[in-house]
Design a binder for this molecule. Structure first.
Ligand code: CDP
Length: 231
């Protein structure tokens, strides 16, 4: 049977800013699967918390957030003109705002909170019910879909990742320094790997992809080869 008809679940986990979403989107297009960006969901909750002054000096007011979390409704829509999926918070387009360095600086803190993770994981499973999904994140192969047919663990050298993210934000017109981005990438990796709830780790059956020296086209070919090996 053709891969497109198999409706598999493909989990891509790994470090910050290593190109998971790039390869996940490219693959989704190629094999006609749905791409789901789990990180965007944590970013939306973070934006909501920031707007409601629930984060100060690296501390989250968890009681208030728990009280208001049901007011957070996340949705995704495809923008034909920009040819990309865009993220909405309660119907408001927040795609660019959630990618800012400000949100990046708070998101890993929000992602340590158990009730936030439970809500996001439930939503991720709900969206994937029909299968044929590629999802990227930190806990997709370990917690969200432990039975995923293909699990990739992606990483790249810190400097390479910082430069990639720096270019991306500069292109969007954000005034950021490479040092600030490198610091953010390293800090998020540390929090993601050391938190109690669903820490970032390679699933035992995940295949490692270090893409420090690969172009987007090369990393896509690499994943397609892995897909073709699935029995
Ligand atoms: O694009 P980038 O790799 O920089 O980050 P992202 O995928 O948008 O995820 C943002 C943050 O959300 C991560 O640094 C994690 O702290 C958190 N996250 C998570 O805990 N679990 C996921 N499944 C996805 C993201």
């Amino acid at each position: 049977m053709d891969i497109s008809e198999k409706k598999l679940i493909i989990a891509i986990d790994g470090h910050s800013s290593c190109g998971k979403s790039t390869v996940a989107k490219d693959l989704a297009k190629k094999i006609n699967y749905t791409y789901i960006d789990s990180g965007a969901m944590y970013r939306v909750v973070t934006l909501f918390a920031m707007r409601n002054n629930l984060i100060s000096s690296d501390v989250v007011d968890e009681n208030k957030l728990a009280h208001h979390i049901d007011q957070v409704s996340i949705s995704f829509k495809y923008n034909n003109e920009k040819q990309r999926h865009e993220t909405y918070l309660n119907g408001e387009l927040v795609e660019d705002e959630i990618r800012s360095l400000d949100v990046s600086n708070n998101v890993s803190l929000i992602a340590t909170i158990k009730f936030v993770r439970e809500k996001m994981v439930a939503f991720q499973r709900e969206l994937s019910k029909a299968g044929g999904v590629i999802m990227d994140g930190r806990d997709i192969g370990t917690v969200v879909f432990p039975n995923a047919e293909l699990k990739i663990f992606m990483t790249a050298d810190v400097e390479v990742r910082a430069i990639r993210r720096f270019k991306e934000l500069k292109e969007k017109g954000e005034d950021v320094s490479l040092d600030a981005i490198r610091e953010n990438v390293q800090k998020r990796d540390y929090i993601d790997e050391n938190r109690d709830e669903s820490p970032l780790r390679k699933a035992d059956d995940a295949i490692v992809l270090n893409n420090s020296n690969l172009t987007p086209a090369e990393q896509l070919d690499w994943i397609v080869e892995r897909m073709n090996e699935i029995k």
